[in-house]
Design a protein around this ligand. Structure first.
Ligand code: SF4
Length: 361
């Protein structure tokens, strides 16, 4: 195999690299080197696609443009801004991390992996991305796109994830000491726009000449993957209910656990939550059909019930009443949003009847 050329890829990146809100033009170093923007974008990009993150990133940065403003932010507002992005632990760690940087690092991100890894929510990948992109330190940055590109260029026959150590070694050897941040982003961009998971555009690829998979006609097969068992299924129920004063009943979910710290409908079953005050509701009207939501480790099929509840039954409990006219479904995580949309499709919330009363059993 010919060694892929760093210079060729950087020249391609200078011309065809993606313009993303957390980046600026290749030769503009002012905001490119802004570790705060890079950190927020990298946290959002974990398990989330670039088109989705673009919208959230701009909104987030408008609201909290600096690390200092984020350190002072209200956590409920941060969670609301994150609603729909999923993996809410990421959002819960933002304010604690911002506070440490402001209080212990004078508002500046550290550039050593040792210090970065001490910060909440920053793991090895994010630490290396910040080091590389914000500080131009020559460390390998390996995400899914990068794994695919190196697997194909080098024609790796080991399947993922077994080939990860091999890929990391290749990335280490390839990363140049100059423009290492640009190089890391160039490999990511190549994977995202040219060496795509399906139908890679080898014809326009700057590394085509060096690519083993292309030469062997294996670009649609590599990277090989170990086949996984299908995700286990869980069933459950969510209650979309109003009280007699037209307020929706929601709970702030426990910080640790599924959808931790987010607002959601009361329910049971799907999240394996033990029986408790929020899972013993009965009655109401069960709507036809169900909603399906796929989490990283299971698939939830959920029936939705609607009805009225009496506020007095919930007195003293840790729940929230949100007046219907102030309710914004976009502040809920996707699963809860789906439940609301399903409810609205089948039901008119202006016509609740006493016969649909939901009560605690
Ligand atoms: S030649 Fe094709 S398979 Fe090889 S790196 Fe380029 S796009 Fe990917």
């Amino acid at each position: 195999m010919n060694t892929p050329s760093v210079e060729t890829l950087l020249a391609w990146y200078d011309q065809y690299g993606r313009e993303l809100p957390w980046r600026t033009k290749v030769d503009d170093t002012s905001s490119k080197k802004n570790a705060y923007r890079i950190w927020i974008s990298e946290i959002m990009l974990q398990q989330t696609t670039v088109p989705v993150v673009k919208k959230y990133f701009t909104k987030f940065l408008d609201q909290w443009p600096t690390i200092e403003s984020l350190a002072e932010a209200d956590s409920d507002e941060v969670m609301a801004c994150w609603a729909g992005l999923g993996y809410y632990t990421r959002a819960r760690n933002l304010i604690p991390c911002a506070k440490i940087i402001v209080q212990e690092h004078n508002g500046k991100f550290p550039n050593s992996s040792k210090e970065l890894l001490k910060l909440p929510g920053i793991g090895p990948y994010t630490a290396s991305a910040i080091q590389s992109i914000a500080f131009d330190i020559a460390v390998p940055v390996v995400d899914g796109n990068v794994e695919r590109v190196y697997s194909r260029v080098c024609g790796l026959t080991n399947p993922l994830p077994l080939s990860k150590p091999e890929i990391k070694k290749i990335a280490e050897q390839m990363t140049p000491s100059e423009r290492s941040g640009d190089f890391a982003q160039a490999v990511m961009d190549l994977g995202a726009t040219v060496c795509k998971p399906r139908a890679p555009k080898c014809i326009i690829c700057p590394w085509q000449r060096e690519c083993t998979s292309y030469r062997l006609g294996l670009q649609d097969k590599i990277p090989y993957k170990i086949t996984r068992d299908p995700k286990p299924a869980r069933k459950g129920i969510l209650f979309v209910c109003l009280n007699e004063n037209n307020c929706f009943l929601l709970e702030r979910r426990p910080q640790n656990g599924l959808l931790g710290g987010t607002l959601g409908w009361l329910g049971s079953g799907w999240d394996n939550k033990s029986k408790g005050i929020f899972s013993d509701l009965e009655g109401g009207l069960e709507l036809p059909g169900e909603i399906v939501h796929v989490f990283s480790h299971f698939k939830a099929s959920i029936r939705v019930r609607v009805g009225v509840v009496e506020a007095s039954e919930f007195a003293g409990l840790d729940i929230q009443w949100i007046p219907k006219e102030m309710f914004d479904v976009n502040t809920l995580p996707t699963l809860m949003k789906k439940a609301y949309i399903h409810a609205c499709k089948h039901f008119d919330f202006c016509n609740l009847e006493e016969s649909m009363r939901i009560s605690r059993s």
